[in-house]
Design a protein around this ligand. Structure first.
Ligand SMILES: [Zn+2]
Length: 259
């Protein structure tokens, strides 16, 4: 917006708080994943004071409308209006861990100030599905990982052989290089063998919308293999491995030990 030749760097955008850090007595650093501006670093002055009108909009996972001003190195949050605070996700260790993991996935897969409205919608949808407790959280996590890969240019090619382009219904081999299936006629290098059931699930989850994940019912074995395959692809696609994955595998191991 130009007003008398002066560029006013104030923006209004929906966003989710994906990371926070306390600084000084009452200020907070926030990383927002916003619909219009992508991932941005912001400062919320005085946000830690209980009476501050920024207080609830600056909590981890909060989904809100923000008015931000672009400064030299950071954005400043001027105003906010909470849509859903998602503090319900804090009340359960599984929900908390998975919600943190989803935020971390967004963080590692996005460059600063690169807008990705599709991924933004996925994150908000995943939060609502978790809050409403309508899906199996592990299945949602796998579907979310697939959507993150797809919306950042690393989606799987599973309908055709990645080598000879022949149409195929299923396969038991995925190439890491081509991010796709390889038929049984082609040479299989630089990839991994998986079960046909896992391949089909990968294909199915790649096609359905995140809202429909509640329809999917997976065996423990398929869940385990999907987790392994997707972790591998996430690790190779982005600049660092998500740390929350370690917490997740610890939790999974812990719940298995209890059985
Ligand atoms: Zn082939």
């Amino acid at each position: 917006m130009f007003t008398g030749g002066v560029f006013l760097s104030t923006f209004k955008t929906r966003a989710v708080v994906i990371k926070t850090q306390d600084i000084k007595e009452s200020d907070k650093l926030l990383w927002l994943f916003s619909e219009k501006l992508g991932k941005i670093s912001t400062i919320a002055r005085g946000a830690k004071k209980n009476r501050s009108n920024l207080f609830s909009a600056t909590l981890q996972f909060c989904y809100a409308d923000y008015v931000v001003y672009r400064g030299k190195s950071l954005y400043t949050i001027n105003e906010s209006s909470v849509i859903h605070s998602f503090q319900d996700l804090m009340s359960d260790l599984d929900l908390l861990t998975y919600a943190s993991y989803f935020c971390e996935l967004v963080d590692i897969s996005m460059q600063d100030e690169e807008s990705n409205r599709e991924l933004f919608r996925y994150l908000v949808t995943a939060f609502y599905l978790m809050k409403d407790n309508v899906v199996d959280i592990e299945t949602l996590a796998r579907a979310f990982e697939i959507k993150v890969l797809q919306s950042t240019g690393y989606g799987f090619n599973l309908d055709y052989c990645s080598s000879c382009r022949k149409k195929m219904n299923s396969s038991n081999y995925i190439s890491l290089q081509y991010i796709g299936g390889i038929c049984d006629q082609c040479e299989r290098v630089n990839g991994i063998y998986i079960n046909y059931a896992t391949y089909n699930t990968l294909k199915y989850l790649s096609k359905i919308s995140l809202e429909n994940v509640y329809r999917v019912n997976l065996s423990e074995e398929t869940k385990k293999e999907l987790y392994k395959v997707l972790s591998l692809f996430i690790e190779q696609s982005y600049f660092r491995k998500p740390r929350s994955l370690d917490t997740l595998s610890y939790l999974t191991k812990f719940s298995e030990d209890k059985r």
